[in-house]
Design a protein around this ligand. Structure first.
Ligand code: UDP
Ligand code: MG
Length: 148
């Protein structure tokens, strides 16, 4: 089963949107495999967004990610990486469809509430970076009611 790394950014935490994010993934039928709240160090934020280090918004992005606690999660399910991106919406919230998290809850690209891995390989990398301790392996009681 595929896994993705989902993170509620500092604005999402401060604005009380943690439950909204969990609700969308949980009600769809995805399984929560790991979750924790933490402050992010500058070094860790820089590592997470290493691909964007040459972008003009990089310094501001790192400051934003370190401005308060984030909630880190791993979600599992069929095609969860791509479907998770749809649940989240486009990078620029003004281009996000209503019904997506960004389309419902934010306006600015630099305050876009949530992160989600963009590919299976980046998801594996990000899960390793944020959960070196591993995730929670358990039996999913609803498996046969969600999957045929
Ligand atoms: N970002 C920004 N300005 C931009 C593009 C991106 O501040 O012009 C921020 C935004 O918070 C975004 C993050 O950098 O979520 C990572 O960018 P990416 O292109 O990976 O978008 P995402 O995968 O988050 O949709
Ligand atoms: Mg990205």
């Amino acid at each position: 089963m595929e896994r993705t790394y989902i993170m509620i950014k500092p604005d999402g935490v401060q604005r009380g949107l943690i439950h909204k994010v969990i609700e969308r993934f949980e009600q769809r039928g995805f399984y929560l495999k790991a979750m924790k709240m933490q402050m992010v160090t500058k070094e860790h934020a820089e590592k997470h967004y290493a691909d964007l280090s040459s972008k003009p918004f990089f310094a501001g992005l790192v400051t934003y990610m370190c401005s308060g606690p984030v909630v880190c999660m791993v979600w599992e399910g069929k095609d969860v990486v791509k479907t998770g991106r749809k649940i989240i919406g486009a990078t620029n919230p003004l281009a996000s469809e209503p019904g997506s998290l960004r389309g419902d809850f934010c306006i600015e690209v630099g305050r876009n509430v949530i992160h989600g891995s963009d590919a299976v390989e980046s998801a594996q990398h990000e899960i390793g970076l944020w959960f070196p301790e591993g995730v929670c392996e358990y039996e999913h009681a609803l498996q046969k009611w969600i999957y045929e």
